[in-house]
Design a binder for this molecule. Structure first.
Ligand SMILES: *Cc1c(COP(=O)(O)O)cnc(C)c1O
Length: 360
């Protein structure tokens, strides 16, 4: 039996993608080999990586003046790669501290330049997105960084800051491809693939071309966007298999779901099922401001640690796995990325109702 996996990442993949990958495991498209075995310089693999990029461009409507890079090292490596490549003018950058990942990006960039936290929601354990005042933004900053969806705390930006000419940089690890976005509003978007795009090992960077080619002299070759852009993400061996699965996920999103507008509708419906239950339950409560609620990560608590523990144990046994909350929030967290079926939410809520009834 397949379980409903509510992990924050790595997370579920669409079943049809897994079935396709399985059917192609021993012999990809008549090549007589698995995608894992083939040379990344072969014609057959070139079609896979180029195909992945072109479906991504199509699904996200990425403008022509943006490069797509398939990298490694996780979103965490971008915390240093971004300042090494972008902090090349005033040496300043602005950050919104909306959670743990935003804080890590800020701390890492502070090793390379002068970083300013223009707003923070640390005062209330990151349960909301702080209001921003453009007057406090650094006018000559080299970039302005946000974490678009806060995976641990379950909040998301619903409105982008107006940063004028300062490039907006967004960590979208946990909500890329969950809804349409206007890529042209960003200088750089980055995401670890293991939440909404495919397996771990692949990091996707979407970067405006004019931001490439200004890395500091000390930048390691492998950390220079220019090197990867000039070599079509093939300067060294790319994460071949993860890129292949990412391509299948993108094709699923385009052909089976019907694109990002449809994906957004589906995600709103899925999240709505759990949120409306949390709002009506007398046992379970959501932990964040309603206006800032994430569609992807939904933390909730009972208010009683023993009961939380009991719930995690019983839900796990019933096939709802990885609902335990992040250690910094406690309670539970349901991560419901694109591949989580709507039925998973219906079944989870039915289970929660039953649990509430039995533990009054
Ligand atoms: C998971 C996550 C990260 C870390 O990703 P890695 O690929 O493990 O480095 C960074 N930012 C956000 C928003 C995340 O959700």
């Amino acid at each position: 039996m397949r379980v409903y996996n509510f992990s924050a990442g790595p997370s579920m993949l669409p079943e049809s993608v897994l079935a396709k990958a399985a059917s192609e495991m021993l012999d990809y498209n008549g090549s007589g080999q698995s995608v894992m075995e083939m040379s990344h310089r072969s014609r057959v693999y070139e079609e896979i990586i180029n195909g992945c990029e072109s479906v991504l461009r199509e699904v996200l409507s990425i403008p022509d003046n943006y490069k797509v890079l398939f990298l490694q090292g996780g979103a965490s490596s971008q915390f240093s790669m971004i300042p090494l490549n972008l902090m090349n003018g005033s040496g300043k950058a602005d950050f919104v501290i909306s959670g743990m990942w935003a804080k890590k990006a800020y701390a890492e960039a502070s090793r390379y330049g002068s970083c300013k936290a223009v707003a923070s929601s640390a005062d209330k354990t990151f349960t909301y997105i702080p209001k921003l005042d453009p007057d406090t933004f650094t006018k000559d900053a080299d970039y302005f960084h946000i974490c678009h969806n806060n995976t641990i705390y379950g909040t998301r930006f619903t409105e982008l800051p107006d940063t004028g000419n300062v490039p907006l940089v967004a960590d979208m690890s946990s909500d890329i491809l969950s809804a349409p976005i206007d890529v042209s509003k960003f200088g750089l978007i980055y995401a670890g693939a293991q939440k909404n795009m495919g397996p771990a090992g692949l990091t996707v960077v979407i970067i405006r071309e004019d931001l490439i080619g200004h890395a500091r002299d000390i930048t390691p070759t492998m950390m220079d966007y220019k090197i990867h852009a000039e070599n079509g993400s093939m300067y060294n061996t790319p994460p071949c298999y993860s890129i292949y699965i990412c391509k299948l996920v993108l094709e699923w999103l385009r052909d089976e779901i019907g694109g990002l507008e449809k994906m957004k509708e589906l995600n709103e419906r899925k999240a709505g099922i759990l949120y409306s239950f949390l709002d009506s339950s007398s046992m379970f409560k959501g932990t964040v401001e309603k206006a800032d609620r994430s569609l992807m990560n939904i933390p909730f608590v009972t208010g009683n640690e023993e009961l939380d523990k009991k719930f995690c144990k019983q839900s796990e046994a019933a096939g709802f796995v990885n609902l335990k909350g992040h250690r910094s929030v406690g309670g539970m967290r349901a991560s419901i990325y694109n591949a989580m079926p709507e039925q998973g939410l219906k079944d989870l809520v039915a289970f929660m109702k039953k649990f509430e009834e039995e533990n009054k």
